[in-house]
Design a protein around this ligand. Structure first.
Ligand code: 9WN
Length: 430
């Protein structure tokens, strides 16, 4: 059964293959996305290491001079996606690459974790040697540019940077953005899938407002930090960066480069993660609104992802697992058969078809499975793995799934759903 699933998953990746990169889906997402490509490389590494390396190399082609790896690298063969290169106008920044079109923001740095997977599977250091400098530059950019005060937590400047675009976590800040007039733009996404399975126009107005703001400030970080209402220390991105720092440390050790820098980053992150993001009363990790200097009290799946990174103490992990196993929050109940929803069912924003406001996403289940394994909750990890595979078996490689009915929503044949299913079935963590 599972072998058949792997074959089907490989076919999804082959169908979305653009040669040296893979688009997330056939029509809705026709370009290369940053963390998608990293998840895809993790899947590809199980059966085609050369193609997995090509996926990483093509992502690095879009790297900015300041080290940032952008969230989208545009495929020049198509213009069917909004926002397009003209919306971003990255040439306004002297840091942007000259001959390649990209967006002007980033996404969670899964790339370094994917590179470590590839290097471990190959059991050779060549690829680590090849990409180490570029990865180091990306991490330095995160830690210096996005954490200018050296606090140990980096900030995101757009919900798209979190990868969880319309999460309830961002709503309070976005609601405070009062638009004098609506930005003018034409969406493509809600013509390709049912509009109620996409972020709303009100969400998009704010996404575009923040994109325009960053562009109009020529992607100057100091100006953006000073002027944007959205500067957030995101639990998810900081968890992934912590894991990525650890992967970078391992790559450095392998090729004889110094390991102190990533070690220091990790040390600082661990301290501030605990002191600023852990909320002991609610027993959840919460994002911190850096601009407004306040905690964002939203119970979403992001609050549990520090398990993946090993950033929770054993006691905190036990308490996080209680949320996961509570039927009022993340566990199945009479109305909700499938898990794990991306927002707690107790949240007033919970919406079973609402994109990142409740539906199940395969990458989030994958993070939780890996996190539960790390803390020794093997039975629960096993249950969620079995549920995840059963869901795909039942509804196909959709972008996300309704936790009440199990139906697949958003786009079909979604690349990371396929890639991570391969990783979950093979499950021979290198
Ligand atoms: C904006 C490609 C991307 C994912 C994100 C997901 C969605 C884009 C969009 O698709 O975002 O970046 O157009 O909605 O939220 O996580 O990387 O799959």
């Amino acid at each position: 059964m599972n072998r058949l699933l792997v074959d089907r998953a490989r076919r999804v990746l082959a169908a979305n293959d653009l040669g040296t990169s893979t688009k997330p889906s056939p029509a809705l997402y026709p370009h290369q996305w940053n963390w998608d490509s990293a998840f895809i490389a993790i899947g590809l590494a199980h059966y085609d290491l050369e193609r997995a390396k090509a996926e990483i190399r093509s992502l690095l082609v879009g790297q900015w001079r300041n080290g940032m790896i952008p969230h989208i690298i545009f495929n020049s063969d198509t213009s069917a996606y909004f926002p397009d290169p003209h919306s971003w106008q990255i040439a306004r920044s002297s840091d942007a690459p000259a001959s390649i079109l990209t967006s002007g923001i980033t996404q969670p740095p899964m790339i370094t974790i994917a590179v470590r997977d590839i290097v471990r599977r190959e059991n050779r250091a060549d690829f680590a040697r090849e990409v180490f400098r570029a990865l180091l530059a990306y991490h330095r950019w995160f830690h210096h540019d996005r954490d200018p005060r050296g606090e140990g937590l980096v900030s995101i400047i757009h919900p798209w940077e979190s990868g969880m675009d319309n999460s309830p976590r961002w709503l309070e800040i976005l609601d405070q953005i009062k638009l004098e007039k609506r930005p003018t733009y034409k969406r493509e996404d809600n013509t390709l899938v049912p509009p109620d399975e996409r972020p709303t126009d009100a969400d998009y107005d704010r996404f575009i407002f923040l994109m325009d703001l960053a562009r109009n400030l020529n992607y100057n970080r100091a100006e953006i930090f000073a002027n944007s209402p959205f500067v957030v220390q995101d639990v998810l991105l900081n968890s992934i960066l912590f894991c990525a720092d650890d992967a970078l440390r391992e790559l450095a050790a392998l090729i004889g480069e110094p390991t102190e820098e990533p070690e220091q980053w990790m040390h600082k992150t661990r301290l501030t993660f605990q002191s600023r993001l852990w909320n002991d009363a609610d027993a959840l990790f919460y994002d911190f609104d850096r601009r407004g200097e306040r905690t964002i009290h939203e119970n979403t799946i992001a609050a549990l992802i520090p398990l993946y990174a090993g950033l929770a103490t054993k006691g905190q992990a036990d308490r996080l697992v209680k949320h996961m196993t509570s039927p009022e929050e993340y566990a199945p109940d009479t109305a909700t058969a499938f898990r794990v929803p991306t927002a707690s069912k107790s949240s007033k924003y919970f919406a079973p078809r609402g994109y990142w406001r409740g539906p199940i996403w395969i990458n989030m289940n994958w993070f939780l499975i890996r996190g539960l394994e790390r803390y020794g909750y093997t039975e629960l990890a096993e249950e969620i793995r079995a549920d995840t595979l059963a869901l795909i078996e039942r509804s196909g490689f959709h972008e996300y799934f309704n936790p009440q009915t199990g139906e697949g929503d958003g786009t079909d044949t979604f690349s990371w759903s396929a890639a991570l299913v391969i990783d979950l079935v093979e499950d021979d963590t290198p």
